[in-house]
Ligand binder design. Structure first.
Ligand code: EPU
Length: 422
């Protein structure tokens, strides 16, 4: 299994990074292709492992998927009836497989759709109960059979009301996709307004769907008869962008990230500024450079527009090197501090109590061998190793390759001393 070897400390790193398309936009958009009778074209595809897994999933359902890595274009053609079984093998390696539930239900409401239940993951319990409750509000019923959820409806799906108990990102995307062809109107409250969900709404509306905001977190969906062809360019990945800005932060360097809308990182940018970094934004780029004196800070994750839980492990790594006491409160997942014990092996001082991490910033970190356990933890450990003195080896980096395109190459290009070995 491939390992990263990083020689540190890497100081005052300077450079520009072209940010790829957002993985968490691309996956629901690919699932949404199921709604279309003919052809969907997506530009700015991040060719990462999860996207390739979703491609395999769509192919196993009967779609034709053409991908050009060079042009970052994917064309999905759906002119055949889909198979209605989403196998465990694909959902267990990538939770976003559950995103096929909504569009399959919308296209084939009276057939039996069988989707493997994802189960937990490294971040903690990850339920789909609110997805299923949302489908129920459209008239669909479900039952569990040998680890698979069977979803179906006796009649066509019809509009009604549903309020999410708490904000869920893929839950929102799933109910939106399920509602596109309903009879009448469906009202959904307390939805996620993450940029990736807005990207999905924009794509669907542009292709003929009728989804309208009637409040900050409330939408009305009016059913339409069909969607035929679609075309969309995926937004830049705000988590990838923040990851590389953190390389600038931890090395006290100057990093510019291109192809990213700064509005998608407003909370994160304000935290970086509060710490003392200098941030310059343009329409489609963000640049970080060191300020005079860096101060510790407190952050709390939350649904967008709050500080993203996916960006928290990256910030955690940066805070381990800022003198003073910082606090990080996680409010989304029950097990999101997996980077902390690894960063502590590098000499960080992070103490976790329930969902709060207290960090005592250190002047220096020291190299160690570390193991990654999930996607964002991989980058968090990379940040620690970049700052640490000596040679660190990071194993199980396949987690990182699920969501970061050309990770090693992009780090090398800005001058990080990184190599890999099997
Ligand atoms: N939840 C339930 N019941 C549900 C749905 C969610 O209890 O039916 C709970 C979850 O267990 C969790 C919380 O609600 O505690 C929020 O989970 P959410 O549903 O919002 O997460 P998700 O949609 O499964 C997406 C991203 C994650 C990101 C989260 C939070 C995709 C494909 N995944 O997951 O991305 O962390 O939203 O923003 O969009 C990543 O890219 O590294 C990643 C994990």
């Amino acid at each position: 299994m491939k390992k990263f070897i990083i020689k540190g400390p890497n100081k005052a790193i300077k450079g520009e990074i072209n940010i790829s398309g957002a993985k968490n936009s691309c996956l629901p958009l690919m699932a949404a292709s199921i709604l279309f009778k003919n052809k969907v074209t997506f530009k700015n595809i991040p060719v990462v492992k999860d996207v390739l897994t979703m491609k395999d999933l769509l192919v196993s359902l009967g779609a034709k998927v053409e991908l050009s890595e060079k042009k970052k274009i994917m064309i999905i053609t759906n002119n055949r009836q889909h198979k209605l079984v989403v196998p465990y093998k694909l959902v267990s390696t990538m939770r976003a497989g559950v995103l096929t539930m909504g569009p399959l239900l919308a296209r084939y409401p009276q057939k039996k759709i069988k989707v493997a239940l994802g189960g937990g993951c490294a971040l903690g319990v990850r339920d789909t109960n609110w997805h299923l409750a949302g489908f129920k509000s459209l008239g669909a019923y479900n039952n569990l059979e040998e680890g698979y959820v069977n979803i179906s409806s006796k009649k066509s799906l019809k509009g009604g009301n549903y309020k999410f108990p708490k904000v869920t990102v893929t839950g929102t995307s799933n109910i939106i996709m399920a509602s596109v062809f309903i009879k009448g109107e469906h009202y959904i409250k307390n939805i996620s307004i993450e940029p990736e969900v807005i990207d999905l709404i924009n794509f669907l509306n542009k292709s003929g769907a009728k989804i309208k905001f009637i409040g900050k977190r409330s939408i009305k969906i009016t059913g339409v008869n069909e969607l035929i062809n679609g075309h969309h360019e995926i937004i830049g990945d705000r988590i990838e962008a923040f990851s590389y800005l953190c390389v600038g932060a931890i090395t006290k360097g100057k990093i510019k990230t291109n192809n990213i809308n700064p509005d998608h990182l407003k909370s994160e940018i304000s935290v970086l500024k509060k710490i003392g970094y200098k941030i310059e934004t343009k329409n489609n780029s963000i640049q970080i450079s060191p300020g005079n004196k860096l101060k510790p800070t407190n952050i709390k994750t939350g649904p967008y527009p709050n500080f993203a839980t996916d960006n928290m492990p990256l910030m955690l790594a940066v805070l381990t090197t800022i003198t003073g006491k910082s606090k990080v409160e996680e409010t989304i997942f029950s097990n999101r501090f997996m980077a902390a014990p690894e960063l502590n092996r590098l000499g960080a001082k992070i103490n976790i109590k329930k969902n709060i991490a207290t960090i005592i910033g250190q002047k220096k970190l020291y190299s160690a061998d570390c193991i990654s356990s999930d996607l964002r933890t991989t980058f968090s450990i990379i940040l620690g190793a970049i700052a640490a003195t000596g040679i660190s080896r990071i194993s199980r980096i396949y987690h990182g390759l699920r969501g970061y395109y050309k990770l090693e190459q992009k780090l090398k290009e800005i001058g990080i001393k990184i190599t890999s070995k099997n």
